[in-house]
Write a protein that binds this ligand. Structure first.
Ligand code: C5P
Length: 218
């Protein structure tokens, strides 16, 4: 990839999506929310009745789906998906199909093509480890499981979506296990990543710390 890339990986509820979009805005770079791609494909699979463990059928589905962002909003075959993809139900479905190597392969070129000048900020689970191994700056955001569930709860409620804290704690636990224990591109800390524990930090504090690391390198 010709354009410089900054990767931000970590489990859900660490604020990496918010930080990634703030960094992209501050630098004037492109933004890739890779989780949204897996979520969009999960919506397509649920609608088409494709089994979430059928790698070949899912890859074929990915091949005939049009997934693209229009001013930050994911569109599936020309239709804006909106907050429908943000539910924990869709997140769980995404983490199931994300275990299939054919699915990950089908989305790889798409993700790499997002590295366009002047640069790209990419957030997800395997941005630094697999998709952009030569990224200029690799960041990894973490936080305690309780705090992450609390944040997801607040996020969903703020969007007006249904949320139950006990259910969320359980759903996050299952999704974390899927993401960390899968065979292909599991969630890991890239060897050359700078790690931030955001458990007790505000978004503004994390953003400031992250920008120090980025400015040091750029
Ligand atoms: O980041 P987000 O919570 O939107 O991602 C939803 C799911 O998509 C994750 O739980 C994970 O299983 C999958 N995913 C992935 N690789 C990425 C981004 C997301 O496997 N790079």
């Amino acid at each position: 990839t010709a354009a410089p890339v900054i990767t931000i990986d970590g489990p859900s509820g660490t604020g990496k999506g918010t930080i990634a979009s703030q960094v992209a805005l501050a630098l004037g770079w492109h933004l890739l929310d890779s989780g949204a791609l897996y979520r969009g494909l999960a919506v397509a699979a649920l609608e088409a009745g494709v089994a979430l463990d059928d790698g070949a059928a899912l890859a074929a589905l990915a091949g005939r789906c049009q997934l693209h962002f229009v001013s930050g909003q994911l569109h599936l075959n020309g239709r804006e998906l909106g907050d429908q993809i943000r539910t924990e139900q869709v997140g769980l479905a995404a983490s199931q199909l994300a275990q299939q190597p054919q699915v990950r392969a089908a989305l790889l070129d798409w993700q790499r093509a997002a590295a366009q000048p002047p640069g790209l900020v990419a957030d997800g689970r395997d941005m630094g480890s697999t998709v952009f191994p030569t990224a200029l700056v690799k960041l990894y955001l973490d936080a305690s499981a309780e705090e992450r569930a609390q944040r997801r709860y607040k996020q969903l409620r703020d969007k007006g979506l249904d949320a139950n804290l006990a259910n969320l704690v359980e759903a996050l636990r299952v999704r974390d296990a899927h993401d960390r224990e899968r065979l292909h591109s599991p969630l890991t800390i890239p060897a050359d990543a700078v790690v931030f524990d955001t458990t007790t930090a505000s978004i503004a504090e994390v953003f400031a710390q992250v920008m120090v690391v980025i400015r040091r390198t750029l």
